[in-house]
Design a binder for this molecule. Sequence first.
Ligand code: OXD
Ligand code: MN
Length: 587
Amino acid sequence: MNVHVKHVEANEWINRMIKLTKPANVIMIDGSEKQKEQLIKEAVAAGELLELNQEKLPGCYLRRSDPTDVARVENRTFICTEKEIEAGPTNKWAYAPSMNTKMYELFHNSMEGKTMYIIPYMMGPYGSPFSKIGFELTDSRYVVLSMLIMARCGNKVLEELGEDGEFVKGLHSVGTMDPEERYICHFPDEKAIYSFNSEYGGNVLQGKKCFSLRIASVIARDEMWLAEHMLILAIKKPDGQKVYVAAAFPSACGKTNLAMLVPPKKFLDEGYEVTTLGDDIAWLRKAPDGRLYAINPEYGFFGVAPGTSAKSNFNALESTKKGTIFTNVALNTDDNTVWWESLTKIPPENLLDWKGNPWTDRENTKGAHPNSRFTAPAENCPCLDEDFNSPTGVPISAIIFGGRRAKIMPLVMESFDWNHGVFLGSSMGSETTAATTGQVGVTRRDPMAMLPFCGYNMSDYFAHWIEMGEYLGDKAPKIFNVNWFRTDDDGSFMWPGFGENFRVLKWILARCEGKASGVECEIGIIPEEIDFDGLDITSEVKAELFNVDKERWDVEIEEIQAFYDKLDYVPEALEKEFEALKKRVRG
Ligand code: OXD
Ligand code: MN
């Protein structure tokens, strides 16, 4: 069995992988509707996908995964290099030659009797200097159909690759699903990704976290750009001008909701509009005009279903109404549609839970898995920005960091300058919720929301950010920090969040235009005034949202120190920022 690809190196590698895995069949994914329809037909016949109500949800299917394979597995995700210091203490490292041998053993004959699908895919728009190409060779139809949503795939990609373009190698096999032998391996030196014994999107849709963050972050360091865990959105002002921002939040902080925010009516009436370019990943480069431009390398949304409703995120919900694969949500057997927690207040009567069993114990179990997902085409999104496919990307005016902090962080603040902004990103953290861990309220440091996604040493990553600031000079975006999750003494959220977050964006926008004043405090620049007009909150709450509690900050400083102490080194510029913070807080 062999195939022919025009690209000499790709051709040699693909045929070597065919020899290694020994599939019974090989199919090249061409990106055509016809081939996709055929694969869907086969997947439905094989029971891999369940066809949903095609009148209500055209082109939509339900997938029930192996129950052990429902999320990313950080303890099975490896950065494989020659030296441990290249991966650094925040990554799980493996010695590349040994892991290569392990991969060879695992993949040997792994596709026997199966079909290998060759997916040529592109991260980023066609014809863009930002874009990068990869191949994923997989024996999973579900992965192919998901990749067709999440990335630009097929013949057009091969055309862009030509005979000598660069590409990232990727091999995936479903294996036996043994969680103990699950491997998500990255070889940054070889630009290769191997994933085995999983079909979960965050692990094996290789274009996403594996390529666009872990491998791309290494390429970005070498080529002087940034590959970040960031949403991209546009704010259109009443005068028609657009301002673009990119924002990084750890998982479970409402990134998709912010990306697709609907401003309160008052602002819509004034002529403001928010449009979305991406909800998870941004690639940012200095353009010839000196500014930092961003693209979203992805082509779809891989969103968490529970919590998504017409109220919380109308645009995300609309995006799932056609051509979507739902994974591990509940099935409403009355009309063959889907359901998940909070989609409706009262669950429908006849539901099968995410495992496919009648959902009877509604008190103690969930209908949909808490990490159940929709894989939806971005083109479905009603608020998708007109520049989603723009090869040049969009100029970023502000970078926003954020997390879930009950007491420490103000609703919004601006950094004093780029290096201070990098310090904010490097020390950012988020408090765990009941959904993520048994221990509630523990701060997990997650610098730039990249802790699980940086493909190299975190210290070098911070140094790269500092260098990017020098490279961009006075054209660098401003950096902000936001926190939607401040709580009062009873533990209730003080800020309404969701669409009301637009008020914060509006201040950020005004700061970027030099039109709003701020007040310097110990930890950053907070608003002198923010547009709370029409919002029912007391002046005490308003003040509390920006309060800097010095005693708590004293503890926070110790915690940041403890995190910094775990790193191989802290770049001098960040040490300086940290010392300055200590002085401001402790006097
Ligand atoms: C995601 C994540 O799935 O960040 O996007 O975990
Ligand atoms: Mn993410």
